[in-house]
Design a protein around this ligand. Sequence first.
Ligand SMILES: [Zn+2]
Length: 78
Amino acid sequence: MESKNNNSDIPSATCPFCSKITYNPNDIANQYCANCKCFYGDIIAHANIAKNAGPEAISALRKIVEAAHEHLKNLPTN
Ligand SMILES: [Zn+2]
């Protein structure tokens, strides 16, 4: 009755764009996605703009984000 899901006790945040779940306290505090290398708010802001503009803008945004992912993969980490 009192039993809880183990996972429910661990703070987590889910990226609204790539659905990656983070348990990193800093990322949660900053609402930051290490996968997207972007703050959730930034992603949502861009996604909302695209949503209002229609499906073509959404697919264009997806391509931009995917291209950014590829670009970031190629950057040196230090
Ligand atoms: Zn993400």
